[in-house]
Design a protein around this ligand. Sequence first.
Ligand code: NDP
Length: 333
Amino acid sequence: MVVAKKYILVKKSEGFPKPTDFKLVEEQLPPLKENEYLTEAVFLSVDPYMRAYMRRLNVNTTMIGSQIAKIVESKSAKFPVGRYVVGQYGWRSHTVASENAPQELGLQTFLLPDLQGLPVSLGLGVLGMPGNTAYFGLLELCKPKAGETVVVSGAAGAVGSLVGQIAKIKGCTAIGIAGSDEKGKWLTQELGFDHFINYKTQNVEKELKKAAPKGVDCYFDNVGGEISTTVINQMNLFGRVAVCGAISAYNATGPIKVSTPNASIVFQQLKLEGFIVSTWNQRWMEGIHQNLQWIQQGKLKYRETVTEGFENIFKAFTEMLQGGNVGKAIVKV
Ligand code: NDP
């Protein structure tokens, strides 16, 4: 009999997550029934959306999340032993899954496609949900044209680092905003971003005026808050904003005071659109294949920040929320 380890949410604290919000428990897994398969987690993803969804989860349920897992036993022809899945199984080591399981949160469980020799962990990053968030969010909502200026906040993270590179592939000027000079060096010296602004040490308004003297055409917004107001106030007529996330507010305890950029939105006739990446579930493989091709052509680079050990997932999660990651934050089980 297989014993799974899993983290359940036992408390919903206000503000920044605490170790006592979670409890590590063991679960004896039942034998497989017809159409079921058993997986063993290999890599777990830690993502900002988990912080937002913690508020919606019921207590005493397994913490949500994606993982790359290996199929170790199977009574399903669709999910054979030895293959890897991208599974929405949460923070757990082993899972009995059914091939007919309903999809959660609009995210899909599916066999990891052939990554042509690249590491399977990329299925959680550039060749998975964050890669598709960058690909579809930027191209479908911002619709950047060659010669335009694209700004991305959260620029050195899983999504943001790809957004700037895709903007460059499309012939745009790419400006990244993130929280450390080390991240800035990576963006400009290795990934080809044209400019970097450190929102922790620099005046974003002044630096953006220097970096984008003709104004901003597209803004890929990962963070919300004051940074976004500042960027939106420097946008050109008919500029487009893809509203992807609001990490600046995920751990807030009280009301957040932010000046609204309504005058800019009205007079510059801006288009702001929020999105959830699962909107493009039907086109999922298009994004993965395109990002894979760009990697193979040397046009798209990626980095992973890997934390070792299943029991370090809380540490990996909270370090990511505090900016400890460059590129995609994952846990190697
Ligand atoms: P990242 O890899 O970018 O990790 C989070 C980063 O956020 C940290 O590294 C940190 O970098 C930055 N950050 C933390 N606190 C703040 C703050 N107060 N202000 C500004 N930046 C902060 O995460 P992802 O790439 O996975 O996600 C990026 C955003 O995209 C998130 O908001 C997430 O919720 C959203 N998202 C939305 C999806 C959708 O379907 N709409 C799908 C996937 C992600 P730094 O050092 O720069 O502070």
